[in-house]
Design a protein around this ligand. Structure first.
Ligand code: A2R
Length: 318
């Protein structure tokens, strides 16, 4: 007797090519990029859906979850889970797969890139050369990157990779987390405010949760100070963006390197006017190699679950 293939709902676009193809061998994939725009197609299959594939940016709305009574597993492409109602999933016993670790190196690489860029103004200097200004006047002096005090708000999988790279740049390192990690050789500070006061460069690498939401505000930015730099490689919602824009415009802060924003990709146009920011289009994990690894893990989490009942990278069971 052949077993029927489980029905899977696939949301959003395919972040890496071939994911749907690989899934199709073992499950029936119903690709509905945005179910809110396609209620009729969803109605026909909702009651039979056992698995769902989504991404950190697409997430799953509670409205949709309530329409899927047989859902057993969500496999999400990415490490941030802020577009999912984790309490609801846990209460319902729905398994959750995600893609930790495989993106650590690329996110950490880009973080160092943003640090080097905003302190040495690499992007701005590129514009200076292209605009033909060099022959008229030498470019202004910039700020040294190495040996700056690097504060990490978050010291998890990615934070530790950033710290290792920063050590090679001779940066003293401190961090703030709720629980100190005694296995690490870095200074732990028990408040974000103390970390901001200690740091020349403050890197945000915490998850977006109710406890981190808007935690980087005017007070923290003032504490970081007029010679301080902010790097956000985590999520836009961790920062009070109005406070950040004001701080950058008023010189309360020296500069910022930003990979994430409120309202991506339609970011606040006030950013475009500022020379003391480097803007990156949420590209922390956006390399061929890492996106392939994330796609593979997303597919394998789901397939493993239906083949053996366990996930490779499970959020609730880790
Ligand atoms: O607080 P702890 O001991 O749980 O440390 C975690 C820290 N963290 C916080 N630190 C201070 N205040 C909080 N309210 C708070 N909440 C969490 O963030 C831990 O050191 C770090 C998170 O580490 P991981 O779970 O290993 O995450 P990973 O892979 O480093 O990624 C961080 C975030 C993702 O959630 C995406 O939004 C983004 O980076 O790509």
């Amino acid at each position: 007797m052949t077993q029927e293939k489980p029905n899977i709902l696939y949301l959003g676009s395919e972040p890496t090519p071939g994911m749907i193809n690989r899934l199709q061998h073992a499950v029936n994939v119903h690709h509905i990029p945005d179910p809110s725009q396609n209620t009729h197609q969803l109605e026909n299959i909702a009651a039979s859906i056992k698995g769902l594939v989504t991404s950190a940016s697409v997430g799953v709305s509670n409205d949709l979850l309530h329409q899927l009574p047989k859902l057993e597993i969500i496999s999400s492409f990415g490490v941030g889970l802020d577009a999912l109602d984790l309490d609801y999933l846990k209460a319902q016993g729905i398994h959750l797969g995600y893609t930790p670790n495989v993106l650590n190196d690329c996110v950490a690489d880009l973080t160092l890139g943003l640090i080097l860029d905003i302190t040495r103004r690499i992007s701005q200097s590129d514009r200076y050369v292209r605009e033909g200004k060099w022959a008229a006047a030498a470019a202004p002096l910039r700020t040294q990157s190495s040996k700056k005090r690097l504060g990490l708000y978050g010291m998890g999988r990615i934070g530790q990779e950033i710290a290792q790279r920063a050590s090679a740049f001779k940066m003293p390192i401190a961090y703030h987390t709720r629980t100190p990690n005694s296995s690490l050789p870095y200074l732990h500070l028990d408040s974000l405010e103390k970390l901001a006061g200690w740091s020349d460069i403050l890197v945000v690498i915490v998850p977006a949760t109710s406890s981190t939401r808007q935690s980087i505000n005017r007070h923290i930015l003032k504490t970081l100070g007029e010679n301080g730099y902010l790097i956000n490689i985590a999520r836009g919602s961790v920062i009070n963006e109005a406070d950040l824009l004001n701080a950058l415009e008023q010189g309360i802060l020296a500069g910022a390197g930003l990979d994430v924003f409120h309202n991506e990709p339609n970011i606040d146009p006030r950013f475009y006017e500022l020379e003391n920011v480097v803007l990156s289009p949420h590209a922390g994990s956006a390399t061929h190699e890492t996106r392939q690894a994330m796609g593979d893990l997303t597919v394998n989490n789901l397939l493993n679950y239906f083949q053996s009942g366990s996930l490779i990278a499970s959020y609730f069971e880790s």
